[in-house]
Design a protein around this ligand. Structure first.
Ligand code: ZN
Length: 186
């Protein structure tokens, strides 16, 4: 996920970098820094896939005997094997399929019980309601200002038409109010 710039509104279409019109989850600047930290290149879709060490469990596992990193290599043409980087005593070479099975056993334990799932669902709904309420509250003040400025412009326009204020005065204030109004709308 962190390596995918789509969350900051950018994506690749073949060799062309495009900007997405959809709302983004994170701004581009921090996303770009994260991508750079991950592997030294802002966009490395093509490179990272062709790099030899891009094995499924690279960097995720440590040796149960000595604590060293587990590294992978390709044997017999296509089979991926994992083994202790130090090749310590007791270390074996394990096929990727076997690693997957072992990891799956651990993941199954994490299945969420029904009662807990209910609580989490309720919690998420609650926080969603909070977000909706906060958004409404945050929008209320600028919206009121926007409406007030609109009414003010209408009123001043009438005053100008009926000769109570000069066209110059109206023009000058109108520009100010339009700027304020655009800010409120934004
Ligand atoms: Zn080891």
């Amino acid at each position: 996920m962190l390596g995918n710039p789509i969350y900051a509104g950018r994506f690749w279409w073949g060799d062309t970098e495009l900007e997405s019109a959809d709302p983004t989850l994170i701004p581009w600047a921090p996303s770009e820094r994260v991508l750079a930290r991950l592997d030294g290149h802002p966009y490395t879709r093509a490179q990272s896939q062709s790099q030899s060490q891009s094995f499924l469990y690279s960097g995720m596992l440590t040796c149960g005997h000595c604590g060293s990193a587990i590294t992978a290599e390709i044997k017999k043409g296509r089979c991926v094997y994992y083994h202790c980087a130090q090749r310590c005593e007791g270390a074996q070479c394990v096929r990727e399929e076997k690693v997957s099975e072992a990891l799956l056993e651990s993941v199954r334990v994490l299945t969420m019980p029904e009662t807990l799932r209910g609580l989490v669902t309720e919690g998420l709904k609650g926080s969603h309601r909070d977000v909706v309420r906060e958004t409404r509250e945050r929008v209320a003040a600028p919206r009121a200002r926007y409406d007030r400025l609109g009414a003010l412009i209408d009123e001043a326009n009438t005053d100008q038409l009926e000769g109570r204020i000069s066209a110059e005065f109206f023009g000058a204030r109108r520009a100010e109010w339009d700027t304020d109004r655009a800010q409120a709308q934004e």
